[in-house]
Design a protein around this ligand. Structure first.
Ligand SMILES: Nc1ncnc2c1ncn2[C@@H]1O[C@H](COP(=O)(O)OP(=O)(O)OP(=O)(O)O)[C@@H](O)[C@H]1O
Length: 249
């Protein structure tokens, strides 16, 4: 993905399997979120392709979601004035005929679908541990719960792969621990999960495999143990090259 003269994501190739958690780490500006934006059709990549279960995905967010890829955002993007339940229901609408004539006519089919959507949304709130917050406005939920609500909304789209962009940012240790268990539960249900995180303890305890991105390229890929002990990763975080360049300047 190039922006003018800047290659934000260049040499990155990633394959994720069902039931696997892959971590994406790297210093600020490495290209992690841009990579997610390319996968989910929010950016049209200058080069490269994204496939899901062998099918190439077009760079169109709604089509990507319908194909089975869902995500959460670094900066929470909920509908603040809607309840927790309604936020999850919104995620579900990509699987219903809510935008079709049935919804305009509001006939029996619409009512059946609406009731099934509500039921599924409630199930998902229970699943992420927000079963008691159904009727609370999203903006009034504690920060950690808002992040969990985003995950519930993403799951409402029935994804095969879930992309989480800094799911524990701003969380206290207890919430971080709960989030780890939630992600394990999601993985155990058969989904593929990719997680961007700056919290190294979290990522190394969570993931089966980790990729470290630096300046748009994969610097190191391996098991948490391999990546954790690789001196290049430590150097990338300390900012060896950049610091040298700044000194030279
Ligand atoms: N829409 C855009 N237009 C121009 N440059 C962009 C755009 N989006 C991202 N970039 C640039 O691409 C590079 C990668 O940014 P990105 O946000 O993907 O990094 P990141 O690894 O997610 O960083 P962080 O950990 O701070 O979130 C940065 O240099 C950023 O300024």
């Amino acid at each position: 993905m190039r922006f003018g003269g800047l290659t934000a994501v260049g040499d990155v190739s990633m394959r994720v399997h069902d039931g696997e958690i892959v971590g994406l780490i790297g210093p600020n500006g490495a290209g992690k979120t841009t990579f997610f934006n390319c996968l989910t059709g929010m950016y049209i990549p200058t080069e490269g392709r994204v496939t899901l279960a062998g099918e190439q995905l077009p760079p169109k967010p709604l089509k990507v979601v319908r194909a089975g890829m869902a995500r959460t955002f670094q900066n929470i993007r909920l509908f603040g004035n809607m309840t927790a339940l309604e936020n999850v229901m919104v995620g579900r609408y990509c699987r219903t005929s809510s935008m079709a004539l049935t919804s305009v006519l509001r006939g029996p089919k619409f009512r059946r679908e609406e009731s099934a959507t509500r039921e599924r949304a409630q199930e998902l709130l229970d699943y992420v541990g927000l079963g008691k917050s159904t009727e609370l406005l999203a903006r009034n939920l504690p920060y950690g719960d808002q992040r969990r609500l985003e995950i519930a909304r993403a799951l409402a789209t029935d994804p095969q792969i879930l992309l989480l962009d800094e799911p524990t940012a701003g969380m206290n240790p207890k919430e971080t621990e709960e989030t780890m268990h939630l992600i394990f539960k999601i993985r155990d249900s058969g989904l593929a999960v990719v997680v961007i995180e700056h919290d190294m303890r979290f990522i190394f305890n969570l993931c089966d495999r980790v990729l470290c991105l630096v300046r748009g390229s994969v610097l190191v890929e391996g098991t948490p143990g391999e990546v954790q002990s690789d001196p290049r990763v430590i150097e990338a975080y300390i900012g060896g090259d950049d610091a040298d360049e700044e000194e030279d300047a």
